[in-house]
Ligand binder design. Sequence first.
Ligand SMILES: NC(=O)c1ccc[n+]([C@@H]2O[C@H](COP(=O)([O-])OP(=O)(O)OC[C@H]3O[C@@H](n4cnc5c(N)ncnc54)[C@H](O)[C@@H]3O)[C@@H](O)[C@H]2O)c1
Ligand SMILES: [Fe+2]
Length: 381
Amino acid sequence: MTITANWSYPTAIKFGAGRIKELADHCKAVGMKKPLLITDRGLAPMAITQNALEILEAGGLGRAIFAEVDPNPNDVNLEAGIRAFKDGGHDGVVAFGGGSGLDLGKCVAFMAGQTRPVWDFEDIGDWWTRASVEGIAPIIAVPTTAGTGSEVGRASVITNSADHVKKVIFHPKFLPAVTICDPELTVGMPKVITAGTGMDAFAHCLEAYSSPFYHPMSAGIALEGMRLVKEYLPRAYRDGTDIEARANMMSAAAMGAVAFQKGLGAIHSLSHPVGAIYNTHHGMTNAVVMPPVLRFNRPAIEEKIARAAAYLGIAGGFDGFYDYVLQLREELGVPNKLAALGVGTDRIDEMAEMAIVDPTAGGNPVELTLDAAKKLFAECI
Ligand SMILES: NC(=O)c1ccc[n+]([C@@H]2O[C@H](COP(=O)([O-])OP(=O)(O)OC[C@H]3O[C@@H](n4cnc5c(N)ncnc54)[C@H](O)[C@@H]3O)[C@@H](O)[C@H]2O)c1
Ligand SMILES: [Fe+2]
């Protein structure tokens, strides 16, 4: 058998409590003189954000912020961000926040150099080669949640505000030049965000590990990522100031995202339409749909999951793992059904159509047919 694959783990990560103080130095090292800090509306007034702006200002880099960013950011946010970047004469982006701020910030830096519409760079085939590389501005990423792993990823998830579809926009240059992982920034996350983002990291590891593609490096990273979540997410949830737990969750988040080069699956395929239509939190949505998807995939992954369970110190093979997931969800206050997140049954057909064409569907270990997607949604809601 000939094995071929494309593997990529190149982000420079500055990891550790308090390292946000290096922000201005890293900006300068990649050539920024006038960076624009991009974050979401909720984070803008918070002390961690104001502190980052002060560090930039003290470093002689000005104090510019763009924060017209919604959760599940969209093309309207993107257009406004590109305008702010160009009008302000900026030369780089500090993408600051959870997945929403990071994704929008990365996409602004990329689109600042393009003439084609953003949808031309959807993660399909070699569409990314359409981009002109010269104008892409450098990115420094600073995550403030521990879940999406967008800080080490080469894509942004942008919702199309016209048809409410979440699109993955991809280019190798979306990769931040430097990522600062400072767990102190995540201390103020409300419990529900700690739970949701932590479960997103877990979903990335679980789906990457379960996908059928050949990528043993990612499989190994995904396994250890699941172990970190198992050991530290309940701790971070119980006591948000537990820096050791927060730090290990930051690692798990980054690991989940490098692992999902191996593929994602139906947890994300179901979650994307729900998030795009009902604006639910991405990770929380994943957590709700996780058990039904595990049951659906069981025939293809039973043995693999039994191996993971053994590594995680869970007795009972697949069943033990499944029970563990239920227990973890309960411990984190995750609801059992999507109805609790405001999702109704009236748009199941439409969401199922969206789920089966979602780019993550191809990585699911059992084929996600239209019929299966409808049944899964009915179960989850
Ligand atoms: N690029 C990728 O590879 C990738 C992967 C998974 C998900 N995503 C996307 O990421 C987005 C979700 O990101 P998220 O789960 O990090 O949530 P988020 O960025 O939407 O943040 C959720 C909420 O938490 C607040 N918040 C963030 N950090 C905080 C902190 N330290 N203290 C207090 N409040 C804080 C925000 O203001 C916001 O209100 C979705 O749009 C999803 O599609 C992207
Ligand atoms: Fe995710």
